[in-house]
Design a protein around this ligand. Sequence first.
Ligand code: ADP
Ligand code: MG
Length: 227
Amino acid sequence: AEELLIRSEKLSVIGQLAAGVAHEIRNPLTSLRGFTQLLRRELDPARFYYIETMLSELDRMTYIVNDFMSLSKPQLVAYRNHELADTLRAVLLVIESEALLHNIAVHWDHRGGLPPVRCDEHRMKQVFLNVLKNAIDAMPDGGAIHLKMEAVGDELLVRIRDEGPGMPKELIERIGDPFFTTKSDGTGLGLMICHRIVEAHNGSIRFSSAPGAGTTVDILLPIATET
Ligand code: ADP
Ligand code: MG
């Protein structure tokens, strides 16, 4: 049976935590990275591996902190009317080479003529990027991503479907929880950020999946009422 869940209520506390902690951590991280780099010059080259590991781990911390920071700045959001198809197309260009590398074809029978959506384009790009990256991660040995965009009542539906292994019910329930990841190199922040952004747009994001049946992500956003 397919599992369908809507998650949005989990997120508000996280945003509040993010603002303070992320900001305070960013500065010491920058100085740590700088001094670590300086240390490399004085170190026995046989120990370079230590420094390289430290640098890449520091970068990972910075990446997580930046993700958090992006959650805690709602005042910078700029809502304008956008053709969401243009936004999606721009993101497809970004992931094209990675998809190609993994033998993943992207299918999109786009007919145009869709109504604009009032959104922050930069943030919507982030949402599409996160969801598409997850789809690519789910199909390391190739497959297809199917895209669909259509007006459904007073909302625009963006459907992103993959042919990966899918997710059991227990896993669907946990996606969007901060730091929940099943990947060795994952941060477990991508979908939490997606939830938060979509929620700020008065939209919703839904996951529909079952083991062996791939995953379908539906993003619904209100159609713009004024121009
Ligand atoms: P990350 O990608 O860093 O692991 P996300 O928040 O983007 O963090 O995703 C959380 C988890 O949800 C993933 O680790 C994976 O287990 C699961 N997941 C997300 N999208 C998919 C998908 N398309 N197919 C299968 N599993 C997925
Ligand atoms: Mg992800």
